[in-house]
Design a protein around this ligand. Structure first.
Ligand code: DSN
Length: 467
């Protein structure tokens, strides 16, 4: 392992090189480092990648075109990219026990798009889709597109509803998946906040989806993927899991057996930068039957691969294969549970009453606030979170009634359960001292809030002291 001094010298040197060309960018990078180091980073989807992972991205691979995949490129001279892509895929397969890994997707949305097109190509007979796969999508004529639409029809997707914690790429309107698929959602039990598998099975029987999607960005519990696979099989659906949020918990063997998606799903997608602690990017895992279609991701739906990011994925995946990553993953969950207990003990209302993963969803209506007001008040106090809808949220997806907090980043910083209790105290102090504000005409505002700036400053100092 490199020494902290070597790492600091490498980053300082890089900043000086950048400063000589555009000092404002060097300043912005420095300011971002300070922001991330001095506040409590509790956004459940963020983390701190290692210096080795970050450094693997700043190099000459950024200059190389490599459309296609290993050994089947549209460009010459890809021998080094082939090494990088093969190594990243090998680490991913070993880490997750997957038969096949495709490490090119640039993001989680891209990984899901690759998976959707692979499933469509596998399941739906479409000569137009075959044509699209052997030519650049940009070369398709308008007639090809009409044929594609006609042949693919309105295929059906069943996924978790957004306000229950599902993700917008699982068939919702703001994302292309909402246009590609006729979508229906399963929610959670209003009394417990938990997935009701009988209701999912009922929805699947009624709707007969081509794809059943499991995975979430704001559900604080484990999902039983064995049961979900049985439901998918009972209606002939392809079972897809988007494990972006909890990939680190799968890699670290916290989620095993029925809760490990890889042995149960036909196809698994993920990002690499959340609990997995890699570079910003995505990845697809699948069995041999979908591998060929998945490997057509670029140029079917992806732009040219980012070989420098694939290099960083290989480094991060190698790190996740070390024994200490399992300890890290365990501590993420211990910390989330300590944070949940600390909040509950101080009277906060939590969706599902707790957590068994890396995130906690606070229903801030218990403090008389919207999510937007709570998010900003916490930010003023050096606590970075994001607002999030709660099930059947009366404030909708913009203002919301929830605050989502997660522990992967603070666990990377070395904080433990005692600091999580102290963090719960800071969050509770801010939320209980914040009151809703009014608009200029005196009507209640869902965005404005009142918080004593001296209290916010005091909490921000206490937050920094925890780090
Ligand atoms: N934006 C990610 C999150 O915050 O959960 C999911 O895409």
């Amino acid at each position: 392992m490199s020494s902290p001094n070597a790492e600091s010298t490498a980053f300082r040197s890089a900043l000086e090189v950048i400063r000589a060309v555009e000092p404002r960018i060097a300043d912005a990078i420095g300011a971002e480092l300070a922001d991330q180091r001095e506040s409590l980073k509790l956004i459940a989807s963020e983390n701190y990648a290692s210096p080795a992972t970050l450094l693997a991205m700043g190099n000459w691979f950024s200059d190389k075109y490599a459309e296609g995949t290993i050994g089947r490129r549209f460009y010459a001279g890809c021998q080094n990219v082939d090494i990088v892509e093969a190594l990243a895929a090998e680490h991913a397969k070993e880490l997750f026990g997957a038969a096949h890994a495709y490490v090119q997707p640039h993001s989680g949305i891209d990984a899901n798009l690759v998976a959707f097109w692979a499933i469509l190509a596998d399941r739906v007979e479409s000569p137009a889709l075959r044509r699209a796969q052997v030519r650049q999508v940009n070369d398709l004529t308008e007639q090809d597109w009409f044929a594609l639409r006609r042949e693919l029809g309105d295929q059906r997707m069943l996924g978790m509803s957004l306000d229950s914690g599902g993700h917008l790429t699982h068939g919702f309107r703001p994302n292309i998946s909402g246009k590609m698929f006729d979508q229906r959602s399963y929610g959670t039990d209003p009394a417990t906040g938990l997935i009701d598998y009988d209701r999912v099975a009922e929805a699947a029987r009624e709707f007969r989806p081509l794809i059943l999607v499991a995975g979430y960005s704001a559900y604080p519990r484990k999902v039983n993927f064995r049961i979900m696979r049985e439901i998918a099989d009972s209606v002939g659906a392809t079972f897809m899991v988007d494990m972006a949020h909890f990939a680190g918990l799968v890699a670290g063997k916290v989620f095993t057996g029925d809760f490990d998606p890889v042995p149960h799903a036909h196809i698994v997608t993920t990002t690499t930068h959340k609990s997995l602690r890699g570079p910003r990017g995505g990845m697809v895992l699948c069995g041999p039957e979908l591998a060929d279609q998945v490997d057509r991701g670029c140029p079917m739906v992806l732009g040219g691969p980012l070989p420098h990011v694939m290099a960083a994925k290989a480094v991060a995946l190698a790190e996740a294969r070390r024994p200490d990553f399992a300890d890290y993953a365990r501590r993420i969950v211990d910390n989330a549970q300590a944070l949940a207990e600390g909040l509950l003990g101080r009277g906060a209302k939590l969706v599902t009453g707790g957590t068994d993963n890396h995130l906690v969803l606070i229903d801030v209506s218990g403090y008389g606030l919207t999510g937007r007001q709570a998010e900003q008040a916490l930010l003023d106090s050096g606590i970075v979170t994001n607002r999030n809808a709660v099930p059947q949220d009366p404030n909708g997806a913009w203002y919301t009634s929830g605050i989502r907090v997660g522990t992967p980043a603070l666990t990377t910083r070395g904080l433990g359960t005692a600091e999580m209790d102290a963090t719960a105290e800071l969050i509770h102090t801010v939320l209980s001292q914040t009151t809703p504000g009014s608009n200029a005409d005196g009507t209640p505002s869902k965005a404005k809030y009142v918080l004593d700036p001296a209290l916010a400053d005091k909490v921000a100092r206490q937050a920094t002291d925890l780090l």
